[in-house]
Ligand binder design. Structure first.
Ligand SMILES: Nc1ncnc2c1ncn2[C@@H]1O[C@H](COP(=O)(O)OP(=O)(O)OP(=O)(O)O)[C@@H](O)[C@H]1O
Length: 490
């Protein structure tokens, strides 16, 4: 689908095909990227977006097709170092920095020219300046260990290392779901920076499941489905609904997606956290969907972990009445068992209920796997495949299936919709609501404001304390932002 008027393309991909065993990830992709433009790339989980980007950065060699950069055919001689030398850089969906190195050391790993006497000082200055430029007020020190940073901060470092340096100057930067673990404020900072970068002649490919940011930031949008580019238009030619339609989904209007505001039920309290660090207390009643909001890294994950631990060992600060399951947001570190199959990853939390005569019954295990593959649309030809053969969003679905399919009465969700496509999100929201109506309780940390509309009661955290509590009926973005920033504004 090469468009007219694309003669000056920086990159041209033509008829690109790639299969992984039986899976045809790319089925003849044609796409141009122009200098000075931000191209949005949208599509369902498993559509082939990340695979296409892996071709662009030289990690994956296509089976057939051609890649042209600045008019020069790269076929047969393209790889990671050539891509880098030509100014192609990428922020991957799964963060790729080394957790046991500092921010500055990670910068050194990415930038080979930072060698010789004084490299540490130069690396620190390079990353500090870029972080200051993209994310003013970030609060990250170059000598901090990556493993000590919150997920959102790690993502900021990853983004800053990719834009930093001129060895050579980045010409095309691919951002694969860059805002998925950033809070709204950091996400806006990044998108403003992207606009500035393309205004100076750089090119950006922005992959995101958050359609608002694609629509507001990109000049053109390409939609992928089942390994093909099925639509390319100027961003002004799409709105939220036509974009979702072109991805092959039917979108619910926001009002339908939101939970109807209702008075707080008189059901028994099943989870209680007493005034962490001197703030307000949290109470969750049976059948409620509780939202946790606030800037990323302000204690929401710690609160969920406290509840999870309290359900096993008890705690002075939290009381939990019932079995819990945890849906991790940081799937790489806390979610998937990387050596196991997709099916094993789904059933692990439910094995006790799948036994016969004290042994795991393989037939019941397979039945549960098949049931959840269907219910949550995990795209794979075989649930026996390794979990890492799934696209990022499909891995996240498997983690949902693990929790929802378990016997847990309280589901703790740590910003779990990262990377999940819009169609699946709507299905999961509906399932959460149905399960809550049946009496399950959800405590749900989210960095997406729209997801708070699915909650009954919302708590805002700042510096580890609960600083505001509001029912769904009082939810406004202004109120969440004001509670999140009050101290800084004072
Ligand atoms: N290394 C691999 N081995 C086997 N299958 C793979 C591999 N990498 C990708 N796939 C498959 O290729 C297809 C495309 O995956 P890809 O990650 O490109 O999708 P995506 O559009 O980026 O999805 P998401 O939005 O979930 O990130 C999927 O069916 C995935 O399971």
């Amino acid at each position: 689908m090469t468009e007219p008027g694309s003669a000056g393309a920086l990159v041209r991909l033509s008829a690109i095909e790639k299969s992984f065993g039986a899976v045809r990830a790319l089925r003849g992709v044609d796409l141009d990227i122009r200098p000075g433009e931000c191209l949005g790339l949208a599509g369902h989980n498993g559509a082939g977006k990340s695979t296409l980007m892996q071709v662009l950065v030289g990690n994956v060699v296509p089976d057939t097709g051609t890649l042209t950069l600045s008019g020069e055919d790269q076929t047969g001689r393209y790889g990671v170092s050539r891509a880098r030398a030509l100014g192609v850089r990428c922020v991957f969906q799964e963060l790729s920095l080394c957790p046991n190195l500092t921010v500055a050391e990670n910068t050194r790993v990415r930038h080979g020219t930072l060698r010789g006497f004084g490299w540490r000082r130069r690396a620190s200055a390079l990353i500090r300046d870029k972080l200051d430029e993209i994310f003013p007020g970030h609060g990250i020190g170059p000598q901090e260990l990556l493993s000590d940073l919150a997920l959102g901060q790690r993502q900021m470092v990853e983004i800053a290392t990719v834009f930093a340096g001129d060895d050579p100057t980045p010409r095309l930067v691919i951002l694969d779901e860059p805002t998925s673990s950033l809070d709204g404020s950091a996400a806006s900072q990044l998108l403003a920076y992207v606009r500035g970068f393309v205004a100076k002649g750089g090119s950006v490919i922005l992959i995101s499941h958050i359609l608002g940011e694609i629509l507001s930031t990109c000049d053109r949008i390409a939609v992928m489905s089942d390994g093909r580019v099925v639509d390319v238009r100027p961003a002004s030619g799409f709105d939220r609904y036509s974009l979702v339609e072109s991805m092959g989904h039917v979108v619910a209007h926001e009002d339908e997606a939101a939970v109807e505001a209702r008075a707080r039920s008189a059901a028994p309290v099943v989870a209680r956290v007493s005034s962490p660090r001197g703030g307000g207390a949290l109470e969750a009643r049976r059948g409620e969907i509780i939202g946790l909001a606030g800037l990323a890294g302000h204690g929401q994950t710690a609160l969920l972990v406290l509840l999870q631990n309290a359900s096993f060992r008890g705690s002075r600060f939290a009381k939990v009445e019932g079995r819990t399951a945890f849906v991790a947001g940081d799937r790489q570190t806390d979610g998937v068992f990387p050596l196991w199959s997709i099916g094993q990853n789904v059933t692990i939390r439910s094995l006790r209920g799948l036994t016969r005569l004290g042994l795991i019954d393989p037939a019941r295990e397979r039945a549960m796997e098949a049931d959840w593959q269907r219910r949550i649309a995990i795209r794979t030809p075989d649930m026996g495949n390794n979990i890492l053969t799934l696209s990022g969003g499909n891995q996240q679905k498997a983690l949902f299936a693990r929790a929802l399919g378990s016997d847990a009465e309280i589901i703790l969700m740590d910003d779990p919709m990262r990377g999940v496509d819009i169609g699946t999100k709507q299905e999961v929201y509906a399932q959460v609501r149905t399960e809550a109506e049946k009496g399950r309780t959800f405590i749900w940390y989210t960095t997406e404001f729209d997801e708070l509309k699915s909650c009954d009661q919302i708590y805002v955290l700042r510096t580890g304390r609960i600083v505001d509590e509001l029912p769904r009926a009082d939810l406004t973005e202004a109120r969440i932002l004001s509670a999140s920033f009050k101290e800084e504004a004072a």
